[in-house]
Design a protein around this ligand. Structure first.
Ligand code: 8X3
Length: 253
């Protein structure tokens, strides 16, 4: 595929960082968003040095709509034509039951996974109408079926599916593609945040099976992006070989 400008949210770790690496090793130009400036700088340094690509950092909290707008406005003219938007930033806090959890924490979860994804789409897609573009949303197997302790997160990922499908409908008369990538178990910092920093409990989630890595999911994202422009991967469910559903996985004792 010809060289593209790719904006990735939540690019300082996990799946976002994996996507950054995969696009970089294929020579694309990257705009990386995240909250952790130090980590973003480390990713930028690594990718520039290893792959000789150009990397522009846009550190802001995706929940902050004004900051998102200002950051995009601040891009130099030659960086403003974004070809691929990877709406990856997302998180979950806690495993509380729907009738017991913290509404304030759920505001953070909904604002990040749903409203920020929508805002980034709203801010970037109009610029794609010049001729080509691709929105790749990070959904989840969690959006297909709810599971215990996942109510709000699962609802958010179901929303990501509906937003992806709706956007695909709204853009049907354009060359812009919309893809919803739905990973299962991926070993990243995600579970550490879910378990409020409890690394041991987070590690248990992946025990006895080989989980996916951020780089594995990036393979799927890059595959969708690199196909000829007339091929639109609408949705991909990707999980470890020993996982079958959001709640069924085989674990070696
Ligand atoms: C995260 C995957 O399995 O924790 O989106 O729901 S899972």
């Amino acid at each position: 595929m010809e060289k593209k400008t790719v904006l990735i949210t939540g690019a300082s770790s996990g799946i976002g960082e994996g996507c950054a690496r995969k696009f970089a090793m294929n020579g694309h130009r990257l705009i990386l968003n995240g909250r952790n400036v130090e980590k973003l700088n480390a990713v930028k340094d690594e990718l520039e040095e290893k792959y000789g690509v150009e990397v522009w950092l846009l550190p802001f909290d995706v929940r902050d709509r004004a900051a998102a707008r200002a950051a995009l406005d601040s891009l130099p003219e030659e960086w403003k034509a974004i070809d691929v938007l990877v709406n990856n930033a997302g998180l979950v806090i806690g495993v509380d039951k729907e009738h017991e959890g913290s509404l304030d924490e759920w505001d953070v979860v909904i604002d990040t996974n749903v409203k920020a994804l929508l805002a980034m789409t709203r801010l970037v897609v109009p610029g794609m109408e010049r001729g080509r573009g691709h929105v790749i949303n990070m959904g989840s197997i969690a959006g297909d079926y709810a599971y215990p302790g996942g109510s709000v997160y699962c609802a958010c990922k179901a929303a990501v599916k509906a937003l992806s499908d709706g956007l695909r409908i709204d853009l049907v008369d354009t060359p812009i593609r919309v893809t919803n990538v739905k990973p299962g178990l991926v070993e990243t910092n995600f579970s550490v945040v879910r378990f409020r920093g409890d690394k041991a409990t987070a590690d248990n989630v992946y025990e006895g099976l080989r989980p996916l890595t951020g780089d594995d999911v990036a393979e799927v994202v890059y595959f969708a992006a690199s196909l000829p422009e007339h091929i639109q991967i609408a949705e991909v469910l990707v999980m470890p070989t020993n996982q079958a559903t959001g709640t069924i996985a085989y674990r070696k004792k």
